[in-house]
Structures are given as structure tokens and as C-alpha cells.
Design a binder for this molecule. Structure first.
Ligand SMILES: Cc1cc2nc3c(=O)[nH]c(=O)nc-3n(C[C@H](O)[C@H](O)[C@H](O)COP(=O)(O)OP(=O)(O)OC[C@H]3O[C@@H](n4cnc5c(N)ncnc54)[C@H](O)[C@@H]3O)c2cc1C
Length: 382
């Protein structure tokens, strides 16, 4: 395949086959659109993620066609937080969540997309997108494609950010920090209804159950922690994370199921334009929320849900491209702008030892303050 022929012409092209991209493609195919997804990796694959999915997206995933009820997934309804010194806070989670690995979830969605008629191209990286005569041209390792509309669902960090010269929208009050994410699957002695969040110097680690009795242990740390140990993850874990007595115990007692952790670097929390180069951005590609809010996956799914309506109107000729782009940018700001800003403040608190100590003591004294904070980071079921 080299040139865009009729076979390479689609109504909707989606760059990135994660939760946002696959769920959008399924919805559009269900509405009769010719949809294609480009994913640079090969399913199934692991991804750095805490794998706690807020219940707000349970119904949506089931409506898409995932038989979640039959997967026997742990339902998570309680949260324990600890500071680096071992000071703790325990709370019920008003809505709660469920645990499932990305290895399983993304793969199942990709399979579902195929059964609905979506063309899913794996091991296919998109290198460039350009807008010519009201169509978008997509350059990939497997050839050139054209589409009436392109959704950017390529996650928080992609070659396309640089190619398209995308800008982070930094907030004055929360300076940019680069983070590193690390994930393991472990066998751990943790109740299925509990998620734990253990903080350490300039970072925090979540642990909760996923399928088949396994647990996901995943942390985010400021990149300078890793630089201090010259990129040696084990040394950083021994010297920084293990200062927290809970994490020390986990690192000694858990059975680690991967030979090496899954990692991601150069993670930044904040927003990027929701529409860039006529590409409609969804999920992390439009804004990355601090993982401690436990909600990036639901935001990705919700953004795909919210875009599907206007996209269909555009394909039906009921709105033009300018109206589509305007509606999408407005939707993004209204639904997610505040959540991302608030999550950055939370990130600053839980990322710093002394602030975490103070916050845990204060929240133990004023427990009623926890619920509104959880509400600020979560949405209603959709
Ligand atoms: C440490 C950490 C812990 C987290 N914990 C949680 C949690 O417990 N709960 C929660 O809800 N969220 C959590 N998140 C956030 C969550 O992982 C993301 O918000 C979610 O994955 C976003 O989904 P997405 O579809 O937008 O992007 P992704 O899932 O990242 O998918 C993007 C896809 O695009 C592909 N891609 C990129 N560039 C290209 C290209 N040029 N061509 C083709 N394909 C491309 C990638 O391979 C990838 O598969 C966590 C994140 C981190 C870093």
C-alpha cells in the first residue's frame, strides 16, 4: 500500500488503540461509519497504569458490548492512604471502582471493535497527519490513508506531539514536573475490595487487585528520584520507596510476576489543545490527569462517548467542521478542565512528604472533607 486509494478512504480514522480510541471507533462503527484504528503496538500488551477503573464507566463498557459481569472482577470500595512515615487514612469510596489489567481490557476492546466492523491495524505507527481539501491524510508505516475526520487518541506521550508541534497548556500555579511511571503485577495479600495509595518522597504507589487473584502495583515518581540513582529502578525502590513501611513490606513480601517492570518516562500532568491541526483529541492526548485521582481511564472513555454524537452529526452533514471543532473544544473544557487542574493540586500534595503528612492529619480530623475531594476528581456514571 503506498497511495491513498478508495480502499484507504474512511469516515473516521482513530490514531491510538487504547481505551479512548477503541471505544470511539466501536461507537462510530455501530452508527454505520467506516472506521479505522491505528495502533503502534501489538495486542495484547502491558501498559503503565494502576488498573483501577472508576465505576462511572462500567455501564458504558457494558453497552459497548464487553461482558464485564462474567469476568469476575474485584469490586473496589475502600481506600487506604499512607504517608512516607506510615501515618494512615482510611475511607469508603462513594462510587468505587473495579480492577482489570490493561492487557486484558484493551485486547478485549480491540477484538470487539473488529467484530463490529472496525479495521484495526496493529503494529502500525502513524507518522504524520495533514489536512488537504477537507480531508485528512494519514501517513503510517503501512501506507497512506485518508479520512473525513481524524481522532487523536494517542495517549499522553507520542511521536505525534513533536511532529504536530503540540503545546502543553501550563498552569501558572502548578509548575511543570516530569514524572516516571513504573508498573508490576504481583501476588500480594491485599483484600479485593481495597485500593491502597502509599506515598514516598516525590511520588506515590497504588496497589489493588485485578483479575485472577493478581494485583497491580504501580507508582509515579518525579523523574529526579530516578536520576539520583542513575536510572537504576531497584536502587530507587530500596532507597526511596521502601522508606514507607507499607511499601517496604510489599517489596519484600510480594511475588513479582514480570521479569522487568513496565515503565513510562517524561509524563507531564496537564492539558493540551483539544483540537490540533483539525484532529479531535480525546483521552490523554487532550489532557493527562494525575493518576492518584484514579480516573484517567474513565475520562478517556467519557471523552470518546461525548465526541461520538457531534462526530455523527458532522458525518451526516448536520454541522460543519468548524462547528464540530468548536463543540469538541467546549465539551472538553466543560467536562475535564477543572478535573485536570484539581488533580494537579492533589498531585502536588501527595507528591511531597510534609504536605502528605499534614493532609492526612487534617483529613483524619475533618473526615467530611474527603467526599467532596473524591467528587472533584470523579464524574457520574454515563
Ligand atoms: C503511573 C500511572 C498510573 C495510572 N493509574 C490509573 C488508574 O489506576 N486508573 C485510571 O483510570 N487511570 C490511571 N492512569 C491513567 C490511564 O492509564 C490513562 O488515562 C489512560 O490509559 C488513557 O487512555 P487513552 O486511550 O487516552 O491512552 P492510552 O491508553 O495511552 O492509549 C494510547 C495508544 O496510542 C498508541 N499510540 C501512540 N502513538 C501512536 C502513533 N503515532 N501511532 C499509532 N498508535 C500510537 C499507544 O501505543 C497506545 O496504545 C494511570 C497512568 C499512569 C501513568
Amino acid at each position: 500500500m503506498s497511495d491513498a486509494s478508495h480502499d484507504n478512504l474512511f469516515d473516521v480514522a482513530v490514531i491510538g488503540g487504547g481505551l479512548a480510541g477503541l471505544s470511539l471507533a466501536i461507537q462510530m462503527a455501530d452508527q454505520g461509519a467506516r472506521a479505522i484504528v491505528f495502533e503502534k503496538q501489538t495486542y495484547p500488551f502491558h501498559k503503565v497504569c494502576g488498573e483501577y477503573v472508576s465505576m462511572e464507566s462500567w455501564d458504558f463498557l457494558k453497552r459497548l458490548g464487553l461482558p464485564l459481569d462474567t469476568w469476575e472482577l474485584p469490586r473496589i470500595t475502600r481506600l487506604n492512604i499512607s504517608s512516607a512515615s506510615g501515618n494512615t487514612l482510611s475511607r469508603e469510596l462513594p462510587l468505587g471502582g473495579f480492577g482489570v489489567s490493561r492487557h486484558r481490557l484493551d485486547h478485549a476492546l480491540a477484538e470487539l471493535a473488529r467484530t463490529r466492523g472496525v479495521t484495526v491495524l496493529e503494529s502500525c505507527r502513524v507518522d504524520d497527519v495533514s489536512y488537504v481539501e477537507d480531508y485528512l491524510t494519514i501517513e503510517t508505516g503501512l501506507g497512506t490513508f485518508r479520512a473525513r475526520v481524524v481522532a487523536g487518541a494517542f495517549g499522553k506521550r507520542s511521536n505525534l506531539d513533536r511532529k504536530l508541534k503540540r503545546q502543553y497548556q501550563a498552569t501558572v500555579h502548578a509548575p511543570e514536573v516530569n514524572y516516571v511511571g513504573v508498573k508490576y503485577h504481583v501476588e500480594a495479600d491485599i483484600p479485593p475490595d481495597l485500593i491502597e495509595l502509599h506515598s514516598f518522597r516525590d511520588g506515590y504507589c497504588g496497589i489493588s487487585r485485578i483479575e485472577e487473584g493478581k494485583s497491580c502495583m504501580c507508582y509515579l515518581t518525579a523523574a529526579h528520584n530516578l536520576r539520583e540513582f542513575r536510572g537504576n529502578i531497584r536502587k530507587m525502590e530500596e532507597n526511596v520507596l521502601a522508606q514507607n513501611p507499607f511499601l517496604s513490606e510489599y517489596f519484600h513480601k510480594n511475588r513479582f510476576l514480570f521479569p522487568e517492570p513496565v515503565t513510562v518516562s517524561q509524563v507531564r500532568i496537564g492539558s493540551k489543545p483539544a483540537v490540533d491541526n483539525h484532529i479531535m483529541m480525546i483521552g490523554d492526548a487532550a489532557g493527562f490527569v494525575a493518576p492518584l485521582s484514579g480516573n484517567g481511564m474513565s475520562m478517556a472513555l467519557r471523552s470518546a462517548y461525548l465526541l461520538s454524537g457531534p462526530l455523527q452529526e458532522f458525518l451526516d452533514g448536520r454541522i460543519n467542521r468548524m462547528q464540530l471543532e468548536h463543540q469538541h473544544a467546549t465539551m472538553w473544557r466543560r467536562h475535564f478542565g477543572m478535573r485536570i487542574r484539581f488533580s494537579r493540586y492533589l498531585q502536588r500534595i501527595l507528591g511531597r512528604e510534609c504536605l502528605t503528612e499534614t493532609a492526612i492529619s487534617a483529613l483524619n480530623l475533618f473526615p467530611f472533607a474527603v467526599k467532596p475531594m473524591v467528587r472533584m476528581t470523579h464524574g457520574r456514571p454515563f
